[in-house]
Design a protein around this ligand. Sequence first.
Ligand SMILES: [Mg+2]
Length: 238
Amino acid sequence: MSPRYAGVIFDLDGTLTAPGAIRFDRIRARIGMPTSGSILAWIAAHARDDTDRTRMEAMVWEEERIALERMELGAGFAALVAALEARGPSLDTAICTRNNDEALEAFDRLLRGRGYRPSAELFRVQIARSHHSPHLDRALENKPSPEPVHEIIRRWDLGEVFPPVVAHEHDPPRHEAVLFVGDDVDDCLSARRAGVQSGLIQHGERPAEDPRLSRTVDHRFDDLSQVAAELSRPLRSC
Ligand SMILES: [Mg+2]
């Protein structure tokens, strides 16, 4: 039988959920951040002192809370769930988000409200920001670090099949049977740096093309039904 994907990891905001709930542009305007990229990393690098950092982080948390009320499932979600259920336990699943645990709880409520199974049954491992790793005995680094991917693979009990690698984002993925789907360049960087395949999902949005994407994206998806199709077919060598 042809090899198939063994595991799939999803970003949450703008990937499993529809884009636009979190107003990143408004967060950046409020804290005075001129560029795209990781907001929390920018705050850590640019805050004048602890008070300034706390002030800026409070703005981020406030925008995140507003966004929870606007959270909607991404286009093609039903097709994705059908594909995950068709694969059953032969495909491991995870969510990896830089958002907080509250966002994962809001997503679970949204799923149940729409008649889906609980989030923890569909996505077996869930990692939010500052997740404590029992293995490392400290908080994981956030994406674009490869650490969250390593942690997820370990939690799948696939650490011996896909031992942790730290790769350059331009290296072809060593663990082709694991796919990480996200809507941001940091999702793709985290994937490739952990040696797994990266998939960029756009949900009809056309974000400013980041030059780093051209050599770090293995798949491009318009919506979650295209991810479902990819997960249902035999693995193609990339
Ligand atoms: Mg996202």
